[in-house]
Design a protein. Structure first.
Length: 277
């Protein structure tokens, strides 16, 4: 007879809800409701949010079977990583069919984004002294695409790799409270992006966030945040929603700024013979 696998942190928290005392039930419910945020939250932050002591968080973690809160936190991080692992590809025809189904569902879901959120981002980008576009790893490609879209009609737009900025933080000195930064991040969230965005927020830079439907650690830092559906087919998350919303925001920024800059840019392109037609 084989023994049952150890319960996950989420299972342990839910299993005890009926037997916990009032305070432990309050802590457990907070952990469950903010499960994807736990890798980024200290015991002190949770204690402050709940109005309890840090020791109460430690004792609760021990009562549900962990050595302490850091041990519980590591277990949660491992569980979340497991849910984001690469899937095993199936038959080619099934892969293709599921891909298009998920892409259509993602793009259909974008219609639920409130228009005022999109307009607020566009207005912040249009009115900023300079616009910084930030991403790490695959998200850096999204930042570069946004730079290409915006720079055709909006001066002083620059994309940066968060990994590069962590190695050369002196670039942050160029950024002021009159600037805005549009940050791209999706699971698994980059430590570099979190570190750089935190530093920019401390400098007063207006933070705009495009992220997935997970609990990004940057949600609490952003002045404006939009969460996008990114369900992938099997092995990678979909980036199509990021590209679609970036294109829409760029169109709204162009409308906010008027056509003068775009027309001047087109005249210069014609003068320099940039395109064949």
């Amino acid at each position: 007879m084989t023994s049952a696998p150890p319960a996950t942190a989420a299972e342990l928290l839910r299993a005890g809800l009926d037997s916990f005392g009032p305070r432990d039930r309050q802590i457990a419910r907070h952990f469950i409701d903010h499960f994807e945020e736990l890798p980024f939250l200290s015991a002190g932050e949770i204690a402050e949010a709940l109005g309890v002591s840090g020791a109460a968080i430690t004792r609760f973690s021990q009562r549900v079977g962990f050595e302490g809160y850091p041990h519980l936190q590591r277990s949660v991080r491992q569980e979340l990583r497991a849910t984001l692992g690469l899937g095993r590809p199936g038959r080619q025809d099934a892969v293709v069919a599921r891909y298009w189904v998920s892409e259509r569902a993602n793009l259909d879901g974008l219609q639920a984004i409130p228009e005022d959120q999109l307009l607020a981002m566009a207005q912040a980008i249009a009115s900023a002294r300079q616009v910084w576009l930030l991403g790490a790893r695959s998200s850096h490609g999204l930042a570069l695409t946004a730079e290409y879209m915006l720079s055709s009609f909006r001066p002083r737009v620059q994309a940066y790799s968060a990994d590069l900025l962590c190695g050369r933080p002196e670039h942050l000195l160029e950024m002021t409270a009159d600037d805005a930064v549009l940050v791209y991040t999706l699971r698994r969230y980059s430590r570099a992006t979190t570190q750089v965005t935190t530093a920019l927020r401390e400098r007063g830079v207006r933070v705009l966030l495009l992220t997935d439907q997970g609990a990004s650690p940057l949600g609490r830092l952003a002045h404006h945040s939009i969460r996008l559906p990114t369900q992938g087919s099997e092995v990678i998350a979909s980036l199509a929603p990021f590209l679609s919303v970036t294109s829409l925001i760029a169109s709204l920024v162009a409308r906010e700024m008027g056509g003068g800059q775009l027309e001047a840019a087109e005249r210069l392109k014609a003068e320099f013979g940039v395109y064949e037609y």
